[in-house]
Unconditional design. Structure first.
Lengths: 406, 311
């Protein structure tokens, strides 16, 4: 039995420490959680994501109180009840819609930052993998949420995406019906996606966020030069007051102060969009109620899925499906396909630098093409861009294999 | 500043993606239709000076307007109720009290002489196939037909109210075919509050009967317009209402003939119902943005303070 001080006042720091270890906890998670000093604002994207997720969660809770998961009522509960009758319902809805779009913008920036600075290598593999798991779960969360307003695009996107599970020539329509709970998207479909969106997937996301934070603790955050820092030594220097010489800073309050500033600036953009430009995140087509007898002329996913949608489109259905499947999982393997021993920013890594920019530009091109009607020149460009994406995998292996140690 | 360079790269690619998936993609997906600014350039100008008094006589007499239409402001009631009228003509003929305030005068003149042509529904009502538009053309009362038409237009302008509300404009121009359920409005007008359920159900039956006739007349039930202002771009709505055939060839929706001012009223009503938070958004937005600007300045000062002796 541990020693408990009889005289400690209840809930005083000492009292709490004896029972919960709060002093150690505070050190480990905050005041002596060391972060490299040589970083730029891109290192704040984690906090920006956490803040955006917080907004999505809070706005989602408010929306959940008035949303009705029923094909006869869903559309009007969103577009009438929440927008007209609920005080500030419009604000929560627009925060939720804009947040869902921006969270993906920040995720992509966060991912490309990690790729550019080699932050998935040498002990940091689990950071990358847990991050990719979060990306996939967020994608599922976004898709299931998109079903809920039960507009035209909800219905038809639900139809198209669940159809993918028929496996092309395998014609596994039994599986598609099992997923939908019906022959076409209907009430059973809506209620199960509602459950996924408001319960199961958020639980998984919260668990994965904890895991993602956990994976950072031992290998520590990377820095702008990819330099290997002796964190113990640097921390001692900092604690001894030799802050200028030390290469690290404590998470709280020094790193946090920069994070909070970046989050503040980000919120200016965020709320500008919420109040003045929310429509980019809320497709007009989805303001027509779902109608199974009226296919919209153009069916496309939200912008953050367009690059993988465009990898599916230019091929015939079986090859397209395989290419699509590869695109979904390819990035998971990044830490293992990259054979280079160097942890350094891309501009120091020779051919890898070229590889990085080709990847970025190719994904932007795929994204833009993904929304265009598949006609004429767009088809050819799409085919080229999709093939380039698929070839980037083997190319990474070759490029990094040849890379010399810096 | 290295950070600003990094920021410039991030902003550049974000804006590039935005441009690609929003303005560019939508420009490629939707064909561009040039607006005629509600001038109805294809219809002939009214060349004669209209005489309202003579026009009034024609409307009540030889023009035979009031055989089918009501003019409530002049105390002339509708010959039959809405459901019976829809059973007879396919749709309830409009009340004529406000038409002089809502519609383009060239359009009105052309409509009197040849309804199917002015309404742009000749693909539906072709005399050769024996299908006639339910509105009978005005063949003239014996004098100069252009003069007579100009007189009737002058009459309708003379009785038109100076001010029309946005809702009245919608009610006149759209409301006999389109419902607006977010305003408790149907093709039969505002839905009354009923004390007894059986009365509510009786009203519902009347509405269903009306809609059945309308469906048979139009081919399908015209859509409820509650969310149309957010489902279509402003440009689409304007050019579509100006001339439905340009955006949706073959549609059975007629050209409505609204004047520019008339259209603005209709649009204001669609916005009020379909996007009701607009005034609140505009009122609250600057405060929230102001808050985060101050927040960011304070956060910047705090960051400066925390990092003061690190470099």
């Amino acid at each position: 039995m541990a020693h408990f001080d009889e005289n400690a006042r209840p809930f005083s720091e000492k009292w709490l420490d004896e029972r919960l270890g709060v002093v150690t906890l505070k050190k480990v998670l905050s005041t002596e959680y060391w972060i490299p000093k040589d970083i730029n604002f891109l290192w704040a994207m984690g906090m920006v994501l956490a803040a955006t997720f917080g907004l999505l969660l809070i706005s989602g809770i408010f929306l959940l109180m008035y949303y009705k998961p029923d094909t006869a009522m869903a559309f009007d509960s969103v577009n009438y009840t929440i927008m007209t009758e609920v005080g500030y319902g419009w604000l929560w809805r627009h925060i939720h819609g804009v947040g869902a779009s921006l969270v993906f913008l920040i995720i992509y920036i966060h991912m490309f930052t990690g790729i550019y600075y080699g932050s998935y290598k040498k002990g940091r593999e689990m950071i990358w993998i847990s991050g990719m798991l979060l990306f996939v779960t967020f994608s599922a969360e976004a898709f299931s949420g998109y079903m809920l307003p039960w507009g035209q695009m909800s219905y038809w996107a639900g139809m198209v995406i669940t159809n993918l599970f028929s496996g092309g020539s395998l014609e596994a329509y039994g599986l598609v019906e099992w997923i939908r709970g019906d022959y076409v998207p209907g009430d059973a479909f809506l209620t199960r996606f509602f459950m996924l969106h408001v319960l199961l997937l958020p639980l998984v996301i919260i668990g994965l966020i904890v895991l993602h934070f956990g994976t950072l603790r031992l290998p520590h955050v990377n820095n702008q030069k990819g330099e290997e820092i002796d964190f113990k030594e640097a921390a001692e220097l900092y604690k001894a007051g030799r802050k200028k010489e030390s290469k690290v800073i404590p998470f709280n309050p020094v790193f946090l102060s920069k994070d909070i500033f970046v989050v503040g600036v980000y919120f200016i953009l965020f709320f500008y969009l919420v109040f003045y430009h929310f429509d980019f995140a809320m497709d007009p087509v989805n303001f027509d109620p779902a109608d199974g007898l009226k296919t919209p002329p153009h069916i496309y996913p939200e912008w953050y899925f367009l690059w993988s949608y465009e990898i599916l489109r230019p091929f015939n259905k079986d090859i397209g499906l395989i290419a699509f499947g590869i695109a979904q999982v390819a990035l998971f393997f990044l830490p293992f396909v990259d054979r280079s021993p160097n942890v350094a920013p891309a501009h120091k890594r020779g051919l890898f630098n070229l590889w990085f920019w080709v990847l970025l530009i190719d994904m932007v091109v795929l994204t833009i093409l993904g929304k265009l009607p598949p006609e004429g020149i767009y088809n050819d460009l799409g085919l080229v861009a999709a093939i380039v994406f698929l070839l980037l995998g083997p190319a990474l292996f070759v490029v990094t294999k040849m890379e010399k140690k810096i | 500043m290295k950070e600003l360079k990094v920021l410039a790269v991030v902003v550049f690619f974000s804006l590039l993606v935005y441009w690609g998936v929003e303005p560019f993609a939508h420009g490629q997906m939707h064909k561009h239709v040039e607006s005629d600014n509600f001038a109805y350039s294809d219809l002939p100008k009214i060349t004669k000076e209209g005489d309202a008094a003579n026009g009034g006589d024609l409307v009540m007499g030889a023009g035979a307007c009031i055989g089918c239409h009501s003019i409530n402001s002049q105390g002339i009631p509708a010959p039959m109720d809405a459901v019976t009228a829809a059973a007879t003509y396919g749709v309830n003929p409009p009340d004529l009290s406000n038409i002089g305030a809502l519609y383009n005068e060239k359009f009105l003149a052309a409509l009197f002489k040849n309804p199917a042509h002015a309404l742009n529904v000749e693909h539906k009502f072709d005399p050769a196939s024996g299908k006639m538009h339910p509105m009978v053309p005005f063949y003239g009362a014996g004098g100069d037909i252009d003069q007579e038409v100009a007189d009737m237009v002058a009459y309708f302008k003379s009785i038109a109210p100076k001010e029309l509300s946005a809702k009245e404009a919608f009610d006149d121009a759209c409301g006999r075919c389109h419902a607006m359920r977010y305003d408790h409005y149907t093709q039969l007008g505002d839905t009354p509050e009923f004390k007894y359920e059986k009365d509510a159900l009786a009203h519902q039956i009347k509405l269903l009967e009306y809609q059945e006739h309308l469906k048979a007349y139009m081919g399908k039930l015209p859509p409820d317009l509650s969310t149309i202002i957010r489902a279509r771009s402003a440009d689409f709505l304007e050019t579509f209402i100006e001339n439905p055939q340009t955006q949706l060839p073959g549609t059975s929706m007629p050209r409505v003939g609204l004047s520019k001012e008339g259209y603005e009223k209709v649009e204001a009503y669609l916005t009020k119902i379909g996007d009701p938070s607009k005034p609140q958004r505009e009122a609250l937005g600057p405060w929230v943005l102001g808050f985060f600007v101050i927040f960011s300045i304070l956060a910047f000062l705090w960051k400066k303070y925390q990092w003061r002796d690190l470099h």
